[in-house]
Write a protein that binds this ligand. Sequence first.
Ligand code: BES
Ligand code: MN
Length: 451
Amino acid sequence: MSLEAILSRLDSDQNDARNRLLEFLAIPSISTDPDYKAEVRRAAEWLRDALIDLGADAELRVTPGHPMVTGRTNGEGRPLLFYGHYDVQPVDPLELWHRDPFDPAIEDDVIRGRGAADDKGQLMTFIEALRAWKSERGTLPNITFLFEGEEESGSPSLVPFLKEHKSELTRDLALICDTGLYAKDRPGIVTQLRGLLGEEIVVRGASKDLHSGSFGGIAQNPIRVLARIVASLHDATGRVTIPGFYEGVPELTDELRAQWDALTFDGPGFLSGVGLSAPAGESDRTALEHIWSRPTAEVNGIRGGYAGKGFKTVLPAEAAAKISFRLVGNQDPLAIRDSFRAMVREMIPEDCTVEFHDHGAGPASHMDTSDPAFEAARQALGQEWPHEAAYIGAGGSIPVAGYFQSILGMDSMLIGFGRDNDQIHSPNEKYDLKSFHLGARSWARILDAIS
Ligand code: BES
Ligand code: MN
């Protein structure tokens, strides 16, 4: 049967496809919170059953953490691996949601609920494409599936799993649906992802909290020490001050700069969409460079002392901060961790101590687009969407793409249909129905072109 028949099937099946996604979204698979362990497993089982329903073999695979879901079609054609994650971020602050995050619903032209865009709705675009393919052609392309349940909590089981099942998982190319469109109506293929280093520092002073009148001024205040450290991470021009931080950070090639300039990215619009107006980063960089190709150091959380209702005059015994670094090019996460820790230790005065907690470290990754599948997929996307697809970067990190390269020797084609206003990791997450539907149609076209 023709590709047109598959696309028409996707059109006529939209309502059922939405209902399947709503069912999946109702399972609260929050991987970072141990209270949800059974729910994470239930989501894995749901997904396994969806693959079996499709006519694939599928099973849950035990790991020290949440299970992996793997599967395999016995289809023809080029062997491809599809990766997605079925876990979601926590929902807090819950009071800012205008509906229960796990009672998802269609609201106008979006589907709202935790995980709608990251990543349940996106991975379902691929499964729906295969479902329609199977109905019309009776067979499936040659796909191996890998679905992870720990992506949003640092993927602790991923590397050992890839190493152990290397031959089963190594295919010609990986397909990943966990990124965004370049712009409304314009898809993108992500060819470079930033790496991520997560560090938590805990500064301690006195053996207990103290009265800030009796002890203030004479005793060390860990919040002051921590604030000095945090404030010293950047200089006045927005550059990160950690020694050696910029080693391995490449300048854009003329070719890439021209390619990105041609995208005419709306930097002011990007900021105004979230109530901002002035870029706060390195003063001499464009908006796209900031998001796609410059490294960052950002404080993601800070605690210490009394921040509850009212007021309390206290000098706390402890203060802590969680800091993430986005890495690019050949920056070495472990060297940066060492240098960061050394710099922090230098700033710890007598009577204070510091403790470090490691929250993961992975390098940036770059895809080689010379495989003809990339250009074929770009053409296929251009047939589906109003504007042609662009090769783009991404601000977020998808460490698995780097591990596919370093452990399995396999590049990834990163194609996703999310939008900047999907509110991933934030209250009121949604996925546009258009992304869901055209996403599924896009995968049908892409698979038809490359498999
Ligand atoms: N899907 C996101 C990554 C993403 C976000 C790609 C936006 C492109 C645009 C992914 O699930 C994610 O959130 N990754 C984490 C890293 C992980 C190690 C916690 C991230 O980027 O913070
Ligand atoms: Mn994701």
